[in-house]
Ligand binder design. Sequence first.
Ligand SMILES: Cc1cc2nc3c(=O)[nH]c(=O)nc-3n(C[C@H](O)[C@H](O)[C@H](O)COP(=O)(O)O)c2cc1C
Length: 735
Amino acid sequence: MLRALHRWPGLLAAVLLLALSLSGAALSVFPAVERLGTIQPAPEQSVADLAARVTATHPAVEQIRRAPSGRITAYWFDGDSAGAAVIDPATGQDAGSADPSALQAWLSDFHRALLMEDAGRWTTALGALAMLVLALSGAALIARRQGGWHRLLAPMRGPAANRWHAELARAAVLTLTLSYLTALWMTASTFDLLPTDEANPAFPAEVSGLTGLSPADMPALAAVPVTDLRDLTFPYPGDATDVFTLTTASGTGYVDQGTGALLAWETPGPWTRVGEWIYLLHTGEGAALWGLLLGLLTLSVPVLSVTGTLIWLRARKARPALPGIVRADRAETILLVASEGGTTWGFARALGQALQQAGGSVHLAPLSDFAPAGYGPAKRILILAATWGDGDAPASAKGMVERIAATRPHPTAPLAILGFGDRSFPAYCAFAERLEIAAQQAGWSMLLPLDRIDRQSPQAFARWTRALGDAIGTPLDVTHQPALPLGTVLTLASRRDHGEAVQAPTAILRFALQRRGLLDRLAGRGLPRFQPGDLLGILPEGSTVPRYYSLASGSADGFAEIVVRKHPGGLCSGQLVNLAPGQTIRAFVRPNPAFHPDRSNAPLLLIGAGTGIGPLAGFIRANRIKRPVHLWFGARHRFADFLYETDLADWTAEGRLTTTTTAFSRTGNRQHVQDCLRADADRIRALVAQGARIMVCGGRDMARGVHEALADILAPLHLSPEGLKREGRYAEDSY
Ligand SMILES: Cc1cc2nc3c(=O)[nH]c(=O)nc-3n(C[C@H](O)[C@H](O)[C@H](O)COP(=O)(O)O)c2cc1C
């Protein structure tokens, strides 16, 4: 619902909103330009002095106005023709034309009313309303993705396009919300839909009846500095009963034209004051810098429209279509999916089709759409959930554990959760497990106990569907074989060999990247963009199961680099370690957003051993902003498997790497990387206290040892690796 609320007004109003935001951004420049081009009065100059000077130049002056920028304009009547000019307050002489530039006038009319008078005003008001809905639903979506409003400002994670969209929206949302609210207020005010104050004080019952006093000698005008003036309207010529009307920042009053005395005065009421603030906040008139900031942030709207549309299109593409799908409030089976790589959707679709063929009605949606209040006569809710990162939820399902824990169970539909994962990860199907615990705590009745599918096993899935069929009284036996990515052919460009001497043959393999033209990108040919820490999936000959290697380079480096150690009997590692330059493999990229460094300037502590140095080396090579990076690296022997030794020296000289600490387990004092960490405990504590982020990569035993060492090191700071992980400051990639 929230997502639909965010999506449809966004798409429908996109063109209108683009036009409004671009014209608004362009208009925001004018107050600043006007302010810069305006001759400001001397601080001590009075309205009496200004009025006398203007009268000397234009004896038939009717009105003097001062704009929020300080620009003073005089209006007069010359015989039959009206005249107006911008005035130099020091001389009272004309200093320029009073007509706004044609461009500004056109832009204002377009921005306010789409050049269509009242019909246009209502349309722009509708646009502002759509934007308000977008801004508020967007803020709620960010809060949901972040795991609650209290984490709204916490560092963001997830795929780059979604993160960029959310980061930009988060930066602009407050200002934009203010801008749309003020726009709506101004429209309501234009159509007299708001209460108003009494405009002016009551006209004085008695005046002196005298005329001819020079404004220079009027005490009421002498008491007001020009910098306070808003408007001075002169009495009608020859009418001794008429008066001057003076408006300043603090009110409106009448001045006797014969004596120059103040006859009446009224301060503006609350509605007038609020209206003035609203006008200032929306236009930046009178606050040029605010106007520029507003204009700048308004420019985020076109960017958000484009990134938002891309995210939506990508999500649509990732979600396989299920013909015959029904709405959530009409379906017997609600089938919800949490997926990062997309394969779980294939299983869900196969199950959905089987249920439909058995005569059932199915609603298929991402888990983030979970909203039991909207599931009418549902008989069951099935959740298929993959686990990513290090036991994490897929990016699109962040915050779902908390949501399920806080949602009241559906009155008729029990729940079944099926985890998708990989048994070789320490946190096997951990996200699905957390969902199950949350559901049980919230009081849901479970249709089936939690089950897990290891490495997309078709047999395990078929077994689970049989159990599901038994539980719902409909025979089911669904087989689904996920299609393997075709992959791209990569040619080995160079290799560097290490580790033979310590019986751990290891190679740094660098594959050439073909340049991808626009056509290749559109057709999905070649490797997509990737960053160090993402995964290169390799399809070894003789197996249909891909193996994943952490990338030690980003596509910006112009090559794909991985570090491979030959495992005894290992099919893929054996083929890779024997690969000669010029030979090829088939590979594809899997994003791994949970193991990307953040973009801050805070220190980065990289800890790795053996081939775990791969992505860490990639992070250091990509550290073009030269943030402080400290590396702890463990290997067997300095002269045998000190991977990237010369590169690390070069990166240190270039400022990309701040310190390197090594531990060798087969020489000298035979240390492991966690021993060096303990020896460096004070330094690590100081860096963590500065906001450092920690990234660990390597074998599972090493990762466990590092985790324990860091738990001890951080305890005096009342911090722990788990706590840092929750804040997005501790990431582990172990195998
Ligand atoms: C980078 C990465 C991290 C993973 N982390 C875990 C994990 O911590 N626990 C787990 O059980 N499975 C993990 N897996 C395995 C996936 O959950 C499994 O491949 C799943 O079938 C993917 O489903 P999806 O393509 O729908 O996202 C990970 C896979 C990758 C590529």
